[in-house]
Write a protein that binds this ligand. Structure first.
Ligand code: PH2
Ligand code: MG
Ligand code: MG
Length: 169
């Protein structure tokens, strides 16, 4: 297993926000691999803008709680301010998986509690490792994705997008 961060953005220059977040992770968090970039409507359904989502496989000595603090700091630095639950946001950084650990405190749930219902998290994770399993249930993420379906998800750029200038090929 490894540590996986789910990234999302639906305000401002969404792609630039995701790249800025990836660049803000080191040196405390080293980025090993980044998934393709996906676009999907907000879920549960709410008014646009649509989200861009991706996932990163990372290495860090931070424990889950310290990693969360680091991610919240980056969100804040990129202009995110507290708002209503599931409100639009310039950047969202969630700990999707942390090895096979299960964390369930007031501030942090790992694996991400809605991982099994969200194609926009499952698909990017599976880009990185297609044999991932849910640490709590043992279900394969590929089977969870088949159950929820991915019809709403559009792959807008393939892997390496965060290292390339934007193109509309
Ligand atoms: N994040 C949410 C709520 N809804 N919808 C999509 N498509 N992508 C997201 O990242 C997302 C969402 C709350 O974190
Ligand atoms: Mg989220
Ligand atoms: Mg979040």
């Amino acid at each position: 297993m490894a540590i996986y961060i789910a990234l999302g953005a639906n305000l401002g220059d969404r792609r630039a926000n995701l790249i800025a977040a990836l660049e803000a992770l080191p040196p405390l968090v080293r980025v090993d691999a980044v998934s393709s970039l996906y676009e999907s409507p907000p879920q549960p359904p709410s008014p646009p803008p649509a989200y861009l989502n991706a996932a990163a496989r990372v290495e860090t000595d931070l424990d889950p709680e310290a990693l969360l603090v680091h991610l919240k700091r980056i969100e804040h630095d990129l202009g995110r301010r507290p708002t209503v639950r599931w409100g639009p946001r310039p950047i969202d950084l969630d700990i999707a998986l942390y090895d096979d650990r299960i964390v369930d405190t007031r501030d942090l749930q790992v694996p991400h509690p809605r991982l099994d219902k969200r194609a926009f998290v499952l698909r990017p994770l599976l880009d990185l490792d297609d044999d991932l399993e849910h640490p709590a249930t043992g279900e394969r993420l590929i089977d969870l994705l088949a159950r929820v379906g991915e019809a709403d998800l559009v792959r807008v750029e393939r892997r390496g997008w965060h290292e390339r200038p934007h193109s509309s090929e």
